[in-house]
Each structure stands twice: as structure tokens, then as C-alpha cells.
Design a binder for this molecule. Structure first.
Ligand SMILES: [Zn+2]
Length: 145
């Protein structure tokens, strides 16, 4: 996938309203499906489809951001475990799905992709509350937004 055809590079995905924070080499967004509360997507700012296309220093920064945002999301949503998913089969631009799995998880031993459910978009007030909650826990671990 070229940057010209890439939904992430052309601003078609994720929706701007879902933006949480600029994390450095990445931008964090709330996932549009909130069936699993707090599901977050961490998007690399520049176009790359594979980890080996990212230079070591940038890759190191990227993984630090993955860890930092995962910790914030875990704290914000009382996760018992975070799932880290870097797939790119549908949108071939490096983005990590960071999915808090909570004590009330409907399928705690399964990957989220295998849990059949209706996508759960949020009303504007719920969306704002979840984004604010993650921003607050991100601020504790790092000042940069
Ligand atoms: Zn892209």
C-alpha cells in the first residue's frame, strides 16, 4: 500500500474526533468500536507497513510509546491484561491495537477478533469521558501530549 492509497496517511482513518494524544512518533486514538472499553489504536505518524522498515531509533521510540500508552490504558480501564496487536491486514500502516481486557471480559481467553459482537460506537459524552480518562493516566506517566 502506497501512502497515497493509505487511509491513515490520507486522513480517512481514524476519525479526528477519536484522537487522544500525540505521543511522539505515534498518535493515540480511541478505537471506534468500544465493545471492549478503552480499546485504543496507536498509529505511527509516518507511513510504514512493516517493523523492519522503521529505523532502530524510531522503532525503539515506537515500542516505548506502545508500552507507555498500554500502561495508561490499563490504569484507566482497570485491565487485568492488555492485548497488543500489530496486524495491518486491512489497513497496511503500522498501528497497534492496545486492548484492555477487564475482569468482566466476556471471553477472557480469546483474542478480541474472535468475539462476535455488534460494534459499539459511543455517544459524544461517553467518547469525551473515555478520551479524558486516558489523557489523565497518560499525564501521570509522561508530560508530553
Ligand atoms: Zn500510511
Amino acid at each position: 500500500m502506497t501512502p497515497e492509497a493509505c487511509p491513515a496517511c490520507t486522513g480517512r482513518w481514524p476519525a479526528p474526533a477519536l484522537r487522544i494524544a500525540d505521543c511522539g512518533t505515534t498518535v493515540a486514538y480511541l478505537h471506534d468500536d468500544q465493545f471492549f472499553p478503552g480499546w485504543t489504536v496507536l498509529l505511527l505518524k509516518r507511513h510504514a507497513t512493516e517493523l523492519w522498515q522503521v529505523e532502530p531509533a524510531e522503532r525503539a521510540a515506537l515500542i516505548e510509546e506502545v508500552a507507555r500508552v498500554a500502561r495508561a490504558v490499563a490504569a484507566a480501564f482497570d485491565a487485568v491484561k492488555v492485548n497488543y496487536e500489530l496486524l495491518g491486514n486491512q489497513i497496511a500502516h503500522i498501528h497497534w491495537h492496545l486492548i484492555p481486557r477487564r475482569a468482566d471480559d466476556p471471553a477472557p481467553r480469546s483474542p478480541v477478533w474472535s468475539v462476535a459482537h455488534e460494534p459499539r460506537p459511543l455517544a459524544a459524552d461517553e467518547l469525551a469521558e473515555r478520551i479524558a480518562r486516558i489523557r489523565a493516566t497518560l499525564r501521570i506517566s509522561h508530560e508530553r501530549r
